[in-house]
Design a protein around this ligand. Structure first.
Ligand SMILES: [Zn+2]
Length: 199
């Protein structure tokens, strides 16, 4: 059964252990699990295999996890945009920290939800909405995309999910306190780069 609360708890727990910088770069996170991040292309080169073999003729070409005896390797496709690769890394990290053992569709939904909460945590989106409101702006998917460094698709999905199920979390304030400086700085830089109406 899909457990959205578990995904949120785990994403927030990881975020609270970081320095507090937005956008979140998954490959640079401080993690309890030993994880190496690499690309499918580099892994194929290092292991003298082909991309066709590694991706089972391009069936699995987003990314995946290789479990070694005491560490994991998360691979993603460097032909995809950096935003998409970052989300994929978050998705694969979700499978590890949520202790998924199967490739079920529920596990896929949880990994996606985890990645979205890791890159665009609800309280930080809410804080962004508050700051935008003061500038007479709405939180559009474009603002979300630019602010959190995610793809257009991920930003649109986040807005849709938030409109359907928003609930407060016991760590909302802790997250805002931790990320406030970075959020404020990023907001000011974005505002000076873009005219508010274009966001
Ligand atoms: Zn997956």
């Amino acid at each position: 059964m899909i457990d959205f609360n578990k995904c949120t708890d785990k994403a927030y727990e990881i975020l609270l252990e970081q320095k507090g910088e937005i956008p979140v770069d998954v490959a640079s996170l401080l993690l309890n699990e030993p994880i190496i991040f690499d690309t499918l292309q580099n892994y194929a080169k290092l292991t003298h295999t082909t991309m066709e073999h590694l991706t089972i003729n391009h069936k699995i070409e987003n990314g995946y996890i290789i479990k070694q005896q005491n560490f994991y390797i998360i691979l993603n496709n460097d032909e995809h945009t950096e935003q998409r690769c970052n989300f994929t890394r978050g998705h694969e990290l979700g499978h590890i920290v949520l202790n998924h053992t199967t490739d079920s569709s529920d596990a896929e939904v949880e990994a996606n939800f985890f990645s979205a909460q890791l890159l665009m945590p609800n309280p930080l989106v809410k804080y962004l909405a508050f700051k935008s409101y003061k500038q007479h702006m709405d939180v559009s998917h474009i603002l979300l995309r630019e602010f959190f460094g995610v793809s257009d698709l991920a930003a649109r999905k986040k807005i849709r999910t938030l409109n359907k199920y928003y609930s407060e979390h016991r760590w909302d304030c802790d997250l805002i306190i931790k990320y406030k400086e970075s959020l404020d700085f990023r907001f000011e830089s974005l505002i000076s780069l873009y005219h508010p109406s274009s966001l």
